[in-house]
Design a protein. Sequence first.
Length: 329
Amino acid sequence: MTGNGAGTSGTGTTGTTGAETTDTDIADTDIADPEITEELVRALLREQHPDLADLPVKLGARGWDNQVWRLGDDLAVRLPWATRSADALLRKEHTWLPVLAPHLPLRVPLPQRLGEPSQRFPRPWLVTTWVPGEPADRAPATRAAQAAVTLAGFLTALHRPAPEEAPAGRDRGGPLAATAGHLTRQLASATELGLVRDPDAVRAVWEDAATAPEWTGPRLWLHGDLHPANVLTANGTFCGVIDFGDLFAGDPACDLAAAWVLLPDGSARLFHEAYRPGPDAATLRRARGWAVLRALSALHIGHAGVQGHPGGKPTWGPPAHAALRRLTA
């Protein structure tokens, strides 16, 4: 079973978006949605897409932005819940992912139908393809070389120049120096909780990244949220990528952070060699800074899960610890 774009980014107790936590994210959660049930999903299909209404329906996953319900063998229904931003993110995927998907070498949840707000459910929703595989936070990639080359191939294909009207990132992809306050808060909190043993080493990686020259190339298409819950594995390597809600155009360093977050030890160099065009030194420095931010947020989400807090994900902790270990080695 997979999340299949359930919006697992931001399953933290404070509204974490996978790389950053902000007051805006926290305020984004005061929506009282109707309870989403199998009966509601089937009723929505019957109203707007009746040819799909008789397919089997079962819950797939509850994420921060969306719930995903499996529909038959090959489809999924994604419905926003809890966050105000989820509506716009679903519409963005519906608009842009079909443009990008034909160029991508891994399977993605390709939008098939758009459900419009109605009296029964006052928000938009999507029918997408179902992507088989297991999230990498539960089933990490173990075939290091193949995983590195596969991830590099996916990002090489995705990182194409974007048109002027392509969306901008919500809170990532800009100058790393702008995240200084967030880094300080996250690092202090993680240290106080005993999640980081050498905060000076972690800060040194981020500070080196924040002083690297900024990206001056074209705005490239980016996934924007490549943490382990959004990348699927099968047979020890990557087989799919889900949750494109944060899709935007900008600095590729934001996505290249995945080399330290997703890959087994010792794989980052092979990934960088396989990625085209080969990243320059400044881009790799910035990527390390984004990887630090993503790992710190995931540490908090993992800790919340261990403590049994709502929204916590205990499986997020081990990959985050491994990422910080690689980054500070």
